[in-house]
Design a protein around this ligand. Sequence first.
Ligand code: GLN
Ligand code: ZN
Length: 765
Amino acid sequence: MVQSAVLGFPRIGPNRELKKATEAYWNGKTSAEDLLKVGKEIREQNWKLQKEAGVDIIASNDFSFYDQVLDLSVLFNVIPDRYTKYQLPQLDVLFAMGRGLQRKATGSEPAVDVTALEMVKWFDSNYHYVRPTFGKNLSFKLNGQKPVDEFLEAKALGIQTRPVLVGPVSYLYLGKADKDNLELDPISLLDQLLPLYTDILQKLAAAGATEVQLDEPTLVLDLPTNVQAAVKKAYTYFGQQANLPKITLASYFGTVVPNLESLKGLPVSGFHFDFVRAPEQFNDVVSAIGPNQTLSVGIVDGRNIWKNNFTKSSAFVQQAIAKLGADRVIVATSSSLLHTPVDLENESKLDAELKNYFSFATQKLGEVVTIAKNVSGQDVSAALQANSAAIAARSASSFINDQAVKDRVSSIDANMSTRAAPFPQRLAEQQPVFKLPLFPTTTIGSFPQTKDIRINRNKFNKGQLSAEEYEKFINSEIERVIRFQEEIDLDVLVHGEPERNDMVQYFGEQLKGYAFTTNGWVQSYGSRYVRPPIIVGDLSRPKAMSVKESVYAQSITKKHVKGMLTGPITCLRWSFPRDDIDQQTQAYQLALALRDEVNDLEAAGIKIIQVDEPAIREGLPLRAGTERSAYQVWAAEAFRVATSGVSNKTQIHSHFCYSDLDPNHIKALDADVVSIEFSKKDDANYIAEFKDYPNHIGLGLFDIHSPRVPSTEEFITKIEAILKTYPAEKFWVNPDCGLKTRGWDETRESLTHMVEAAKYFRKQY
Ligand code: GLN
Ligand code: ZN
C-alpha cells in the first residue's frame, strides 16, 4: 500500500481562531494561558482532521504562534541581546522579535522599546518569515523543546506524527548577520548548530518519533558551493549520530536538479520533492536516490486552490512506482498546505459550479489519500469519476473561455507597449502642464482607513446603506483627504482610496473572470492573513472601475490629483492564478483591462496616473536563467501595455515596495515617475544603484509601518544624504508606501514635516 503524506497544515484555525486569540493577548485582553489553550485546540483539531481523512503521515510542529522559522530561532537561542535584556517570558520574546514591542513602564516593570527583526518573503510566496539574525554574542543552546512537546501532545491523542523542522542549511542560509557582526557568513555556524539539531532529534526519537521531516527549500535556489557542501556535511553528520529518527529531507517550490550532487549518497531515509512546480526533475532525481531511499512525490499543490487531476497525478506516481516499487513511494502535498485556505466548506456564497473546481487544505487531505489508494489498486472509482467530471466541466466552462479576450491578447504588439515618445520628450511636454516645483511632494495613495470607513463599508455590503448614501459617504472622505492635502500644501494629491477594501480585491471584484471567497484566509505574516481572490477565467473589464472617485476628487481641487490603480503583475501575484494557462497570458489579460482603465481616466481629465506594482519583485523566478530573464521582459511589457495608451502629456507613476529592487528591472517599465520603499534601506550603496536611473524617482522617506513621527530635521538629514549621489532635478519627496494602516494624528505630523523639508531644499537649490 502506497502511503500518503501532508507536509504541514494551516495553523490559523477554520475561522481565524489564532488571529483572534493572538491579538486579544497582545492587547492585554486575555492571558498567555488562554492563548496557549487556543493553540492546543487548533493543533488537536488539525491532527484529528488529517487522521480521519486517512492521511498516513501527518506533520507535527507545523503549528506556530507567529512563524516556524522564528520558532527555531527561539529554540536554538538565536536571540539578539536587545530582546533578552528585559527578562520577558519566552512567548513575549518571540512576539517582540516578530513584531517589536513598545510598552510604558508600570509600577514594577521597566519600559520596553524594541523594534522587530527583519521580515522577508518566504521564497516566491506571499508568506513572510522572520529572518534569523546572528549577533555577536551568540550562544547556541536549546530553549525548551517545542517539537517534542507537540509530538507528545499528538501521541497522547493516539496520533503518531512526523515532526517537521526547517533543516540546518536552510535555517542558516535564510538568516543574516546582525549589524554588530557583519563579517559573519551564517553558513559558518553549521558546526555549532548541528549538535543542537542532534539533541532535539534524539529527544524526539526518545519520545517515540520514528521519522522527522527536515525542510530544505533552499535547495531550489542557486546555491554557492560552500552551501552545497554544507548540505552534504550536515546530513552526513546526522548519519553518524546514534539514536536519531529516520530523516526525510524535503524540498519544494522548484527543481533541486542543479544541487543534486550534494544530495547523492546522503544517509537519509528518503526525499520529498515538488513535482507540481517541477515535474521535469523526475528522471534526474529518481536516478540520484539510493537503492533503499523513499521518494515522497509532491503532487497535490500546496500553493494553489485547484482540484487535483487524479488521472494525471496517478499516472505520474505510477511512473515512480514502476522505477522504485510501491513501498518506496509516498503520495504527498507539494509543500506545506500553509499557503492555501483551510476549508472550502466554509464558503457558502461561492457559485456551486466554481466550488466544484476548487480544493482547499481540508479537501487536499482527501486528494492525497485518494491518489495513494488509487495507485495501490484500491477501488476509488466513484471519486475518480467525480474528479474527471469536474476537470472536464472546468475546461469547457463558460466562466473560463472568452474568445474576445484571447483575440485581444494575441493582438498585442510593440506599438501597444511603447509610449509615443521617449522620456526626455515626454518630460518636456509635461513640465508646462504641471509646473511642479523642485522636490515635488506627494503620497503613495491611501490615507488612514478609519473605523468609520470600515463600518460604512460593512453597512453598504450588508445592504444597510444605499448606493447613494455610500457614495455620499465616500465623497465626504475624499473631500476630507483633499482639503487636508491642500492645507499642508502637498503638490500632487491623491483621493485617499477610502472606497477600497484591498488594492487587488477592489479591482478583482469589478473584473470579469475573478472569484472571491468569504473565508479563504491565508497567513501572510504573524496575525496578518489575506484572502487572495481567484482568477478563474479569461479576464476583462465590463466597465470603468475607478474613474468616478478620481473625477470627483479632481473636481474639488485646482491641484493635480493622481488616478490610482493596481498593476497587472501585482493583481496576478496576490491572487490564486489559473493553472490551465501560463502566468504571462494572465498578466497580459490584466494589462489590457487596466489599459482601458488608464485610457478612461485620461479621457475623464486625470493627468497623472499611478499604477502600483509592489509585487513585481516577488514574481521573479527563484533561479537565474531563461525563465527569470523571460519574466523580466514580460512583466515589464505587461506594465507598459497597461500604461502606454496615453498621450505624452499624461504622467505615469508607479510604486514598488517590500523588497530590494533592481533599478534595471524598473527601468524597463518606463514610468515617468516611480516611488520606492526606502526608509529602512538608507544605505549609500543602495542609493548609488539608483543614481543612473533615467526617469524621476521618489525614495520613500519614512516608514509607514510605524506610528513614529520623524522630525523635519530628520527628513532634511535624510534628503541631504540622498542628494550626495542623487540629482535634485529628478527627486520626488514621498513616504515609503500608502498610509492606510496609520492614524490621522501621526499622518498629519509626518507629512507636515516632510513638506517643510522639501520647502527647505527648494530654497537651497
Ligand atoms: N496605492 C496603494 C496604497 O497607497 C499602494 C499600496 C502598496 O504598495 N502596498 O495603499
Ligand atoms: Zn507600497
